[in-house]
Design a binder for this molecule. Structure first.
Ligand code: HPA
Length: 280
């Protein structure tokens, strides 16, 4: 059976054991620095950084010049770990590889996961550059990250998904946004494999089924985090719009540009939230 001859638990623990020899503390909070949070790195007082290529069993990047690394350090008063560079399914990684870093985070003792991404908005009230607090998701990836052998040490065979994104963290993030006069919207994120952006009919379809924004990441990592009962908060920057009368012609450059403009707002909300929340 696919992947089932691999002992994932052993691999996860090997990676975690290696990381433990490098860091001065073990964090209980982790951030996936997706699009929109690049700038947050500058706010981290770095303890150590570990390139992915040095970590046993970590997925290997085939893209030249790829500078993926784990960062450990203080964000304000909180010792955190951050993933700079994530693995996307469209790049060719298996779902087990895409979600492997989240397994390792959990093995290190992480209890709360913060994620960011860029997405295309279908909700007619959304504007380019809006920050959407993710309240729910629809998983349209062609493969499920929990398919195959279930390690009961990690979580149940049939995990509940009634609260994928923590209600109390959503409420806190909205409070912070309000206090700083930052416009935020809320919505359901549709996760698709990409790498094509959507056709006009696909944008309409994703809106009809209940989506507010669509993107190519996050859902696998969140499912795996929830499988292990980690608390999750996610935020998305709306970098383009589809689903209205007109569909923008989207390019990767447009996405990068809109995301860069939203970075300071997104970083502020994340930094404040991470500093203010109390672990369950
Ligand atoms: N679709 C899918 N992924 C995306 C989009 C989009 O419109 N924008 C940014 N990431």
């Amino acid at each position: 059976m696919q992947d089932d001859n691999i002992n994932w638990l052993e691999r996860i623990n090997q990676s975690a054991d290696f990381i433990k020899t490098k860091v001065s503390h073990l964090p209980t909070t982790a951030i996936v620095l997706g699009t929109g949070l690049g700038e947050l790195v500058e706010h981290i007082k770095m303890d150590v950084d570990i390139p992915y290529r040095d970590i046993p069993n970590f997925p290997v990047s085939t893209v030249e010049g790829h500078k993926g690394r784990l960062i450990f350090g203080y964000l304000g008063n909180k010792y955190i770990m951050a993933m700079q560079g994530r693995f996307h399914y469209y790049e060719g990684y298996s779902m087990k590889e895409v979600t492997f870093p989240v397994r390792v985070m959990h093995a290190l003792g992480v209890k709360t996961l913060f994620v960011s991404n860029a997405s295309g908005g279908m909700n007619p009230n959304f504007k380019i550059g809006d920050l959407m607090i993710i309240t729910d998701h629809i998983n349209l990836f062609p493969e499920h990250p929990l398919r195959g052998h279930n390690y009961s040490e990690l979580g149940p065979r049939f995990p509940a998904m009634d609260e994928p994104y923590s209600h109390r963290l959503i409420a806190k993030a909205k409070e912070i946004a309000r206090a700083h006069d930052i416009r935020v919207v809320e919505g359901t994120y549709v996760g698709v494999q990409g790498p094509t952006f959507e056709t006009p009919a696909e944008y309409r379809f994703f809106h009809v089924i209940g989506g507010d924004a669509v993107g190519m990441s996050t859902v696998p990592e969140v499912i795996v985090a929830r499988h292990m009962d980690m608390e999750v908060f996610g935020i998305s920057v709306i970098t383009d719009l589809g689903g209205g009368a007109e569909v923008d012609k989207v390019s990767h450059e447009d996405v990068q540009k809109a995301a860069a403009a939203a970075e300071p707002r997104m970083s502020l909300i994340m930094k404040e939230l991470i500093n203010q929340f109390q672990e369950l």
